[in-house]
Design a protein around this ligand. Structure first.
Ligand code: AMP
Ligand code: MG
Length: 337
């Protein structure tokens, strides 16, 4: 009971990864402004400090609306759809995203793969006609799928015949990076929740820490742990509860394992990645979800540009050493270097 009351009280102070921004505790500072945008198939909540005349909020809204359109794999007239139709582009943004995806993919044993669109469709993601496809239908997609089907050279991106890109694993992180740049240029701070991709920029006016709640995969209104930190960071969660369907009591989630072209199955329910760059945090969160906790910890030991939280089906919460000071009020296992 005591824990429950504490949970409710803290929820008032928290921003939950995967939820709307929650109200500030107490009297909000006068310079705070808030707005919500529907973009990239999700609600995006923006809270800015010091945007006194609203110009930054207007710029971020326009930016998110622009990306919503250009990076959509479903809008027939988007820049991405034009690429998927023609197989070639020199659009700087798409070239940048594809080349970054290629780097992250190469660093994660191919776990990040932005060519899985036809496989996702085969499982019903996108259309809503969910179902387990015949193995032969999936295998028939092999010649269109795989990061070796895309080539970046001389500022252009080309796709092998019939290959189509889906930037869903990276787009929100990239959007957060662009928002952050806009805010830094204007000299303001704030916190953004782009459909659960959290981006903090600068410091809160009162100097207190940013507080982020990591959502319970089984209860959107509850968090399993809270993270506190200062400064500019991206915290991105990939999980099996965000988009999925059930068939014969099996959960099929929206993140596919490129090796099997099928939804990731395993003990992992969610992974949160905290990094400086939104694009990296987003790409890695998807890849780490595919890799699973053990391979993810091996990757973490090899590099120093991210921290992570793994939540497993049995309720186990594991965090990397760099977060041990940031984690409050939770029973967690800490992975050391
Ligand atoms: P995220 O929520 O960032 O983990 O991204 C998941 C989205 O990326 C899915 O909804 C698909 O559109 C796409 N996707 C699914 N599996 C993968 C994968 N292994 N690599 C890259 N993109 C993926
Ligand atoms: Mg991602």
């Amino acid at each position: 009971m005591k824990n429950r009351v504490l949970s409710l009280l803290l929820a008032l102070l928290l921003l939950l990864a995967g939820c709307d921004l929650l109200p500030e505790a107490g009297e909000p500072p006068r310079e705070v402004s808030e707005s919500s945008v529907w973009a990239m198939d999700t609600q995006m909540d923006l809270r800015l400090y010091g945007d006194t005349d609203g110009t930054v909020m207007a710029a971020l809204t326009a930016l998110l609306n622009r990306l919503d359109h250009s990076l959509s794999a479903t809008a027939a007239d988007s820049t991405l759809s034009a690429l998927n139709e023609s197989g070639w582009t020199d659009d700087a943004e798409l070239v940048y995203l594809a080349s970054n995806a290629g780097t992250i993919s190469a660093q994660t044993e191919g776990a990040l793969d932005i060519t899985l669109l036809p496989a996702s469709r085969c499982w019903g993601f996108g259309s809503g006609s969910y179902g387990v496809p015949a193995a032969a239908d999936l295998e028939a997609l092999r010649d269109k799928v795989g990061m070796d089907k895309l080539t970046v050279a001389d500022g252009a991106l080309s796709l092998a015949n019939g290959t189509k890109l889906d930037l869903g694993a990276l787009a929100k992180g990239y959007a957060a990076d662009l928002c952050r740049a806009e805010m830094e240029q204007a000299g303001i701070s704030g916190i953004l929740s782009l459909g659960g991709n959290i981006q903090t920029v600068g410091s809160k006016p009162d100097g207190s820490d940013w507080i982020i709640g990591v959502q319970d995969p089984d209860d959107a209104g509850r968090y399993l742990l809270t993270l506190r930190f200062s400064g500019t960071k991206a915290a991105v969660t990939s999980g099996d509860y965000q988009r999925y369907f059930m068939q014969d009591s099996v959960r099929y989630c929206h993140i596919l394992d490129p090796k099997t072209l099928s939804p990731v199955q395993g003990s992992l329910r969610a992974v949160t990645v905290i990094a400086e760059q939104g694009l990296l945090a987003d790409g890695l969160s998807t890849a780490l979800f595919v890799l699973g906790r053990e391979a993810g910890t091996v990757l973490w030991r090899q590099r120093s540009d991210f921290e992570a939280v793994w939540i497993e089906a049995d309720g186990t919460v594991t965090v990397t050493e760099g977060l041990s000071d940031a984690v409050k009020d939770a029973d967690v296992t800490v992975v050391k270097r």
